[in-house]
Design a protein around this ligand. Structure first.
Ligand code: SF4
Ligand code: SF4
Ligand code: F3S
Length: 266
């Protein structure tokens, strides 16, 4: 309670903004408590009142006042083709803004599959050369929190951990917080007993689907997807894609958008 609030700058590159939509729905902790009591969200294109030159001036102020102390949160990614012209903000390509703000930050959080892996805008042939953050910024720790979008409580928990313990969470070999990306959806899926018993839905409206059998044959990517959906779940722990009757499409995995059909095993 007595610690000064950690400054956070939240940038938006090529993306859809649903990572922010997810973030603002966290119930434990509530997003308002994170934003108003735990950190100082000094800049965020989509959540701040300031605009234009006033907004850009904040970036300079943060760099000057909090050199080496602020966290840089990045949603979306920089496109590198045509000198970065496919994403242009405040009179300069986003990639320049990213490099500028990364130079003096303490650590980077790469929100979602856009910032972590590239996501759908990087789909072949990737005309804008959308590039994940860690391939552009190589001299700062980058904490990847993938998912399209990531789970709200996972997002706020990563921030809470960093602020509470003043250190980065333990990361797996892919750079993701191990506490949330250490297991596959399949490992804790409530339909797993059906998988083990060889009971599968063979079409979307057959008897197996109605009985809640395993969705593996309908293309579920749970066996190869590392995320916390089957434990933390969504909407305050109410449900997740498989519980709604749709297989996991592997939205937190690198390259999920280019790996063939969401509805077959290939
Ligand atoms: Fe949107 Fe998905 Fe990118 Fe997040 S990761 S900004 S939800 S496209
Ligand atoms: Fe595994 Fe998917 Fe079947 Fe769940 S529905 S047990 S994640 S294959
Ligand atoms: Fe994404 Fe699969 Fe979870 S599609 S939301 S990782 S169940």
């Amino acid at each position: 309670e007595t610690k000064p609030r950690t400054p956070v700058v939240w940038l938006h590159g090529l993306e859809c903004t649903c990572c922010t939509e997810s973030f603002i729905r966290s119930a434990h902790p509530l997003t308002k408590d994170v934003i108003l009591s735990m950190l100082s969200l000094d800049y965020d294109d989509t959540l701040m009142a300031a605009a234009g030159h006033q907004a850009e001036a904040i970036l300079e102020e943060v760099k000057r006042k909090y050199k080496g102390q602020y966290i840089l949160a990045v949603e979306g990614n920089p496109p590198l083709n045509e000198d970065g012209m496919y994403c242009f903000q405040g009179g300069r390509p986003f990639v320049e803004k990213l490099k500028d703000m990364a130079a003096d930050c303490k650590a980077i959080i790469a929100w979602g599959s856009c910032a972590s892996w590239g996501c759908v805008q990087a789909a072949k042939p990737n005309p804008t050369r959308a590039t994940p953050v860690h391939k552009v910024i190589t001299d700062k720790p980058v904490i990847k929190v993938p998912g399209c979008p990531p789970i709200p409580e996972v997002m706020t928990a990563v921030v809470t951990y960093m602020l509470s313990f003043d250190r980065l969470p333990t990361l797996d070999r892919m750079g993701r917080p191990a506490m949330f990306y250490g297991q596959r959806i399949h490992d804790k899926c409530y339909r797993r007993p059906h998988f083990d018993a060889g009971q599968f839905a063979e079409s979307w409206d057959d008897e197996g689907a109605r009985k809640g059998y395993c969705l593996y044959k309908m293309g579920c990517k749970g066996p190869t997807t590392y995320n916390a959906c089957s434990t933390v779940r969504w909407n305050e722990g109410v449900s997740f894609p498989i519980q709604s009757g749709h297989g996991c499409i592997g939205c937190s995995e690198d390259g999920f958008w280019d790996k063939g059909s969401f509805y077959s095993r290939v």
